[in-house]
Design a protein around this ligand. Structure first.
Ligand SMILES: O=C(O)CCC(=O)C(=O)O
Length: 265
């Protein structure tokens, strides 16, 4: 990395991100903030609070197709996306600790704004397949360069092998964007594409406790398994882009779901 450093990360952490494509920051988001995000997600997902403009609650494909009858509304939701219009959840993407790390990882200066380009709460209920195929997030973005974008993903509930933690392929961000296709599974959630032919033996399962936060490169191959527990696996996530990113001539910074955070915005 060449840009100025805010020293949110050690040299070893920066080197680990460069080589492996991710870093895990333990106990990064405090319990109070986590509880607020978790409670808000539940209110939105079970319909107690109407979804703000632009926010989408996605139902699990097994529920949509009638293969599973969810015992509660919450058991039927696999994610809420576009939470930039909800101040409670969006506080996550404005968290100063997250922004300091994200700025370093996209090589932005310490006083630079960043742009939040996606926001999600990933809910993995018990009783459905819910697997997320191995993929690269850059498949979903037109912004470039890739190293101007980073994801943060914070566990709100225990994320273990049993509940369906993230699995990553270390170093896979160095190999470019791979072709993605539809997984050959009975039930695949909407727009969950996968990279074919990944050597499963190269996967590393990243078990995380609530508050632990994974920062990862948009070319890192990652996915998640089935939740085999009786409880929910849940995480909150955002992607941040540097102001230096560009896309086919459009002014992407004024996009409907895009928000400037940090800096002097
Ligand atoms: O939460 C999950 O299970 C998958 C999340 C994911 O793939 C992502 O954040 O890109």
């Amino acid at each position: 990395m060449t840009g100025p450093s805010a020293d949110a990360l050690t040299a070893q952490e920066r080197a680990a991100f460069r080589d492996a494509g991710y870093i895990l920051c333990r106990d990064f988001i405090d319990a109070e903030a986590r509880a607020r995000y978790d409670a808000r997600f539940v209110q939105l997902a079970d319909g107690r609070v109407p979804l703000p403009e632009g926010m989408i609650a996605m139902r699990d494909v097994m529920v949509v197709k009638g293969a599973v009858e969810p015992p509660t509304a919450l058991h039927g939701i696999n994610k809420i996306l576009n939470f930039e219009t909800d101040p409670v959840l969006f506080a996550y993407a404005q968290n100063a600790r997250i922004l300091d790390v994200a700025r370093e990882l996209v090589d932005a200066s310490p006083d630079s704004p960043l742009y939040v380009i996606t926001t999600n709460v990933f809910n993995k209920p018990p009783g459905v397949d819910g697997r997320h195929p191995l993929h690269q997030d850059l498949r979903y973005f037109r912004l470039r360069p890739a190293d101007g974008i980073v994801a943060s993903w914070t566990a709100l509930r225990p994320c273990t092998r049993q509940t369906g933690c993230l699995a990553v392929v270390p170093g896979s961000h160095l190999g470019g964007l791979r072709p993605h296709g539809d997984p050959d599974w009975d039930y695949v959630n909407h727009a969950f594409y996968g990279v074919d032919g990944v050597d499963q033996a190269r996967r590393v399962h990243v078990e995380m406790q609530p508050g632990d936060t994974l920062f990862f490169h948009p070319l890192l191959i990652h996915g998640s398994g089935r939740n085999r527990s009786a409880g929910f696996r849940r995480a909150i996530s955002a992607h941040f882009a540097s102001p230096r990113c560009t896309t086919d001539g459009r002014d992407w910074k004024t996009g409907r779901h895009i928000r400037a955070v940090g800096g002097a915005n």
